[in-house]
Design a protein around this ligand. Structure first.
Ligand code: 5GP
Ligand code: ZN
Length: 114
């Protein structure tokens, strides 16, 4: 995907503060954090959104969710509570169409979300 921002981060063409990496997933800090911990977890392989990730083979969605939890543990927010969010589609606020899990924690998170 030549024009994809997050593919460029995977390719190290655009810098990011990487906090966790596996062979198939990458996690880096959101450039505009909404909580003390705000990390984006992506599959290295390009899929547009959570629907496409759910269709991906070889358990890729499983890898991304496991990476999200590993990030929460590493960031020290797993015990206190954290949120994993996939904004899916423009109506849900998705702006970057390379699927990403937001891992949010480190403060009280209200419900319902905006
Ligand atoms: P979405 O709105 O698609 O759910 O989330 C996209 C997220 O990507 C936003 O929270 C935004 O702050 C973040 N973001 C956009 N561009 C960049 C970038 O160049 N680097 C990083 N680290 N995060 C970005
Ligand atoms: Zn991409």
């Amino acid at each position: 995907m030549n024009d994809c921002l997050f593919c460029k981060i995977v390719a190290k063409e655009i810098p990011a503060e990487i906090v966790y990496e596996t062979d198939r997933a990458l996690a880096f800090r959101d450039i505009n954090p909404q909580a003390p911990t705000h990390v984006l977890v992506i599959p290295k392989e390009h899929h547009a959104d959570a629907a496409a990730l759910a269709e991906a083979d070889r358990g890729l969605a499983d890898d991304v969710l496991k990476a999200a939890h590993a990030v929460a543990v590493q960031e020290g927010v797993a015990d206190g509570g954290y949120r994993v969010v996939f904004n899916t589609g423009p109506g849900a606020g998705q702006t970057v169409f390379h699927v990403h899990a937001h891992v949010l924690g480190g403060r009280a998170l209200t419900w319902p979300p905006g």
